[in-house]
Design a protein around this ligand. Structure first.
Ligand SMILES: [Zn+2]
Length: 344
């Protein structure tokens, strides 16, 4: 895959780079492309759970820490606005431990996503936000923030917490029992949204703490990923399947990144009903902006100028000002797609 980075930087989309994209020397990369860069993104905590900065909390890929620190220092000096990506519940290192794995309604544990119903994991994430917030960055984009889908999470802890709310024994709670009663199903959605929001509130509090410890002119922005995919019901699906409601997130961080068609390879063409449905789902972005919030339209696996243009055209139609892309698909894409829309 040959990527023309100059062409992509010139489009003024936020490119979210990995250490593999940048190479061993941040200085070398920036001396080559710096004059085209106004914005820069770098993945700081990967879905593997590893940090590429010298974290005292998360496990670290030591070979990248010098590059990360150099990257942040130089972009700050050049006044390039830097965003870093932090994967939150998507964390294969933490999810090795069966105690933290998210479990599907069929009883299958996934090893790439931590159950969101874990206060100690929120504290873990909050520590990482504070660590990242000590660098001169503008924003942390938090990916992997919600439940995998409606049929998650059926781990022991979630069953024990939710079953009494619908008059059931934890051991006998199953997905059919919840979905056959609309009141129970609604209670399930509300309970899961509450959990996600509590986790995000903890991260937001950590960002404010980081502000107090640094002399940042603008508060550190915490931007929360919301998947928008036709196979999971677009925005309605994000609310019910994942527990991610932009209106609720507005009250906590005022900033979201919409992951456009994460599980669907082809974007809709203008003039098609699918395109209309997408724009309808993105309509809330105008209201967000009007109220002082921020919306980023993001797509992964975008490796050519034409593909960036496709995302930018949708952003323009939806009146979304910020576009972000990454060249690669997530490392465990097939597995994550299977758990999000397959038969796990
Ligand atoms: Zn759980």
């Amino acid at each position: 895959m040959k990527i023309d980075l100059r062409e992509l930087f010139a489009k003024n989309a936020l490119l979210i780079l990995t250490p593999e994209d940048i190479g061993p020397s941040a200085r070398e990369f920036i001396s080559k492309y710096g004059s085209y860069m106004r914005l820069a993104g770098i993945e700081a905590k990967r879905e593997s759970g590893y940090a590429i900065f010298p974290s005292k909390t998360a496990p670290v890929e030591q070979e990248h820490t010098a590059m990360f620190e150099e990257w942040v220092a130089i972009t700050d000096k050049l006044r390039v606005e830097t965003s870093v990506v932090m994967n939150f519940y998507t964390d294969r290192w933490f999810a090795r431990d069966p105690k933290y794995q998210s479990v599907s309604a069929r009883g299958n544990a996934v090893t790439h996503q931590v159950c969101p119903n874990r206060e100690e994991f929120w504290e873990y994430g909050a520590e990482i936000v504070k660590e990242l917030g000590s660098y001169p960055i503008r924003e942390i984009m938090v990916f992997g923030t919600g439940f995998i889908r409606d049929s998650f999470c059926f781990c022991e802890r979630c069953r024990e917490a939710f079953a009494p709310r619908v008059g059931q024994e934890p051991a006998r709670l199953n997905y059919g029992y919840i979905t056959e009663n609309p009141d129970y199903h609604r209670a399930w959605h509300e309970w899961r949204t509450e959990i996600v929001m509590s986790g995000l509130a903890q991260l937001a509090a950590a960002a404010r703490e980081a502000d107090e410890l640094t002399e940042r002119a603008e508060p550190l922005q915490l931007t929360v990923e919301i998947p928008i995919d036709p196979q999971t019901g677009l925005l309605e699906g994000a609310k019910t399947e994942n527990g991610l409601d932009p209106a609720r997130i507005f009250d906590v961080t005022k900033s979201v990144v919409l992951n456009l068609y994460p599980w669907t390879p082809v974007l809709p063409r203008k003039g098609t009903p699918e395109h209309d449905r997408l724009l309808e789902a993105l309509y809330f972005a105008k209201d967000y902006k009007r109220r002082g919030g921020s919306v980023v339209l993001y797509r992964w696996g975008v490796s050519s100028g034409e593909k960036v243009d496709e995302v930018m055209a949708i952003a323009r139609d939806a009146e979304i000002d910020r576009v972000a892309v990454s060249f690669r698909f997530p490392e465990s894409y097939a597995e994550r797609r299977e758990s999000a829309i397959g038969g796990v």
